[in-house]
Design a protein around this ligand. Sequence first.
Ligand SMILES: O=C(O)CCC(=O)/C=C/C=C(\O)C(=O)O
Length: 289
Amino acid sequence: MSTNNAPITESDTSRFVRIKEGDLDLQLHYNDAGGGAETVVMLHGSGPGASGWANFNRNVEPFVAAGYRVVLMDCPGWSKSDPVVSTGSRSDLNARALKGLMHAIGLDKVHIVGNSMGGHSAVAFALANPERVGKLVLMGGGTGGLSPFVPMPTEGIKLIGALYRDPTIENLKRMMNVFVYDTSNLTEELFQARLDNMLSRRDHLENFVKSTEANPKQFPDVGHRLGEIAAPTLVVWGRDDRFVPLDIGLRLVTGLQKADLHVFSRCGHWAQWEHAEKFNRMVLDFLAR
Ligand SMILES: O=C(O)CCC(=O)/C=C/C=C(\O)C(=O)O
């Protein structure tokens, strides 16, 4: 945890913990920053080389400065967490992992910010453990299911699959170029960091391919259950999201009991990164209300 004004770094906040939750018995990696009374858990997306830090490095400091403890969980099968093959619902598996992490580090109730797969997992957690959720923030995810407007799998999801099967820098660039609206923000340093992260865990890449072969519906449609969720929710979407289209966000807003929607124009699948400053202000205001 950071106790002074020094920058918050991945290595200073890096932690490991063993969790046992249902059928899960594994080591998880997470980052833990800040020390407020309320905790915000951030859950990353499912791309190759993703991690809590890769997805949320532009969000941790402002949340800590606002007085929150921030926990970034690396889901089983990503980054420095243990490998796993998911043959059922990956959203439910991640939700169980989060419950195990909360038990292991003594968290009763948290706010959850979820990006893409992280959004699906946040909703799965809220359905299974309603009393343990404060507020939800869902970006580019929250339920699987088809879009009536955009052919699925979308071009972004197809590029993720191609990158998992053939993890080259060329395929990484193809995927990341449709990730964001403004590709001028994608530096060689960013590509390299993501490539290194991906290639350092070939077991994760192979397990993802095995998982989708065993069960192509890793993130099931829970649209019919959204009305069970009473947690106040902010749904945030990029108008130009080429991975999970905006109409999935509309389904969330109409299905959840208490949900507001903000759509960023000129924004792809990584709203928390592409529009970080406005995203941080908006989410902190929502959490404080
Ligand atoms: O298939 C889905 O609905 C989820 C896709 C998804 O999680 C993609 C996320 C990509 C990232 O956020 C990432 O790789 O950082």
